[in-house]
Design a protein around this ligand. Structure first.
Ligand SMILES: [Zn+2]
Length: 291
């Protein structure tokens, strides 16, 4: 997807939004675990969206803060460019188009250990580091869970087992050289890491603040803006703990509404900067151009 990098400022911090591309997801009975295919279709129709396909976008950001260049999440990985016919895995080429040298990224912050966030840590060879000089910072809770052999042995077959295998593939290739970080502490200059568990056990969001301005970087607190904002009680198949994901979404979105905080979202339509309003029994995502 040939979206130009999108830039805005949060006080002294520069935010550069760099797309990794998209994936078309079928509308079927497997997408939601506590609502039906008909419910999903009706919701999409009410939002004026197509009812057969949902487009999931992948939107990492780079912050220039305190003299550091910091990348948040890495997309699907350059090895996915060819198999997806250029739909995704585009982060590296779009970083270059934004004038950002990957070898000069100081810190990569990972929000959680799903493939669309960690696979881009490796080059197209799936062996070498895509960000060779960066410190890789990972949520301590996430790191402990996915590297625990006991947890892996108890994982259910299918998605969870595959996630354990994928995470070991990626992080073993990096020699497991990472820095686990804690919630409620700064993970980069002006960036507070906050726990938003549910989607995964160690899923993390960020409060970016400078010069009296704040943006909340939600990662995957809400996936599809047209589905889970208006129906925050719905659970996706991709939520590790669906009930906790719902509770987290409502807690965070009530806070964003009350505090009038803009949100930068990994899976919202590019460039994925929005504000949240109360609407009916849920919320509405309103795209904005800056803070
Ligand atoms: Zn995601």
């Amino acid at each position: 997807m040939a979206d130009a990098p999108y830039r805005y400022k949060v006080g002294d911090i520069e935010v550069i939004v760099v797309t990794d591309g998209f994936r078309n997801v079928p509308v079927d009975g497997k997408y939601l675990s506590n609502a039906s295919e008909d419910d999903l279709k009706a919701q999409l129709k009410a939002e004026g969206r197509p009812t057969d396909i949902m487009t999931n976008t992948f939107t990492p950001i780079v912050l220039k803060t305190g003299g550091k260049t910091v990348l948040f999440d890495t997309g699907n990985g350059e090895s996915q460019v060819a198999p997806s016919k250029g739909e995704r895995g585009l982060l590296n080429q779009n970083l270059a188009a934004a004038g950002i040298d990957r070898s000069k990224i100081d810190i990569v912050v990972i929000s959680h250990f799903h493939g669309d966030h960690v696979n881009g840590l490796l080059n197209a060879d799936n062996k070498t580091a895509a960000f060779p000089n960066a410190e890789i910072k990972v949520p301590a809770v996430e790191w402990k869970f996915w590297t625990d052999d006991g947890e892996m042995s108890r994982a259910s077959p299918g998605r969870m087992t595959e996630l354990f295998q994928n995470n070991r593939r990626v992080f073993d290739a990096l020699g497991r050289k990472v820095t686990p970080y804690e919630w409620d502490k700064d993970v980069a200059p002006g960036v507070l890491a906050v726990g938003t568990p549910g989607h995964s056990i160690g899923h993390t969001s960020y409060v970016v603040s400078s010069g009296g301005k704040t943006v909340y970087v939600q990662s995957d607190v809400c996936n599809n803006a047209f589905v889970f904002a208006p129906r925050p009680e719905w659970q996706g198949f991709f939520d590790q703990d669906g009930a906790k994901a719902v509770a987290t979404r409502k807690r965070v979105y009530d806070m964003l509404v009350a505090d009038k905080l803009p949100v930068q979202a990994f899976h919202f339509p590019y460039p994925a900067l929005s504000r949240i309003e109360k609407s009916g029994g849920g919320y509405r995502v309103v795209p904005i151009s800056g803070v």
